[in-house]
Design a protein around this ligand. Structure first.
Ligand code: DLZ
Length: 162
């Protein structure tokens, strides 16, 4: 199956991010990857008009903690969307499955509980190379994808609220 380049988007169909406030939660596990995801997300948000001061970045120890980090943003800040960035790499045990399931379910629950776009920017790969390929490598950067997805969802919510 061909992999879509995660950094490509149609600039003309993108909303203007000016005035939007975005929270980003970054997992410290596999930081070579997640740091690159965060850099990509921040750069993309800025390119799409989000002001520097409207991008809030916080770190959590591992991907399993992304859900609670996201909940803290939803409870204590006035962000319009939250991006969760992590990287879970398959190991020898079933830990991988539990973390992936936990954060995927956690992110879904946050979307519904807070009526707020919470974007799943978590790479779940078999090895580190696959992750690097999607963190600014040959398949683009999942952080970019998370950024434009966040803006599109905020714009959708705003258009329906009016
Ligand atoms: C423990 C663990 C392992 C084995 N692997 C990863 C991983 O590949 N990616 C990741 O983000 N976190 C990993 N963790 C840490 C868990 O997410 C979590 O921080 C700990 O289980 C403590 O709750």
């Amino acid at each position: 199956m061909a992999t879509r380049n995660l950094s490509e988007y149609d600039r003309n169909s993108m909303p203007d991010g000016n005035g939007m406030k975005i929270g980003i939660v970054v997992s410290e596990w596999n930081y070579e990857v997640t740091g690159a995801l965060a850099d990509g997300a921040v750069e993309s948000l800025k390119k799409l008009g989000v002001r520097d001061e409207d991008i809030l970045v916080k770190h959590v120890p591992g991907s399993f903690e992304l859900t609670l980090g996201g909940q803290f943003f939803a409870e204590y800040t006035d962000v319009n969307a939250i991006i969760l960035l992590g990287c879970v790499i398959q190991g020898e045990t079933r830990h991988f499955d539990f973390i992936c399931q936990g954060v995927a379910k956690g992110a879904t629950d946050l979307n519904i509980k807070y009526n707020l776009p919470v974007i799943f920017g978590v790479l779940t790969t078999e090895n580190q190379q696959q992750a690097l390929d999607r963190a600014g490598g040959k398949h683009g950067n999942k952080g970019d994808e998370a950024a434009y997805t966040a803006l599109k969802m905020v714009a959708l919510q705003t258009s329906l609220r009016r």
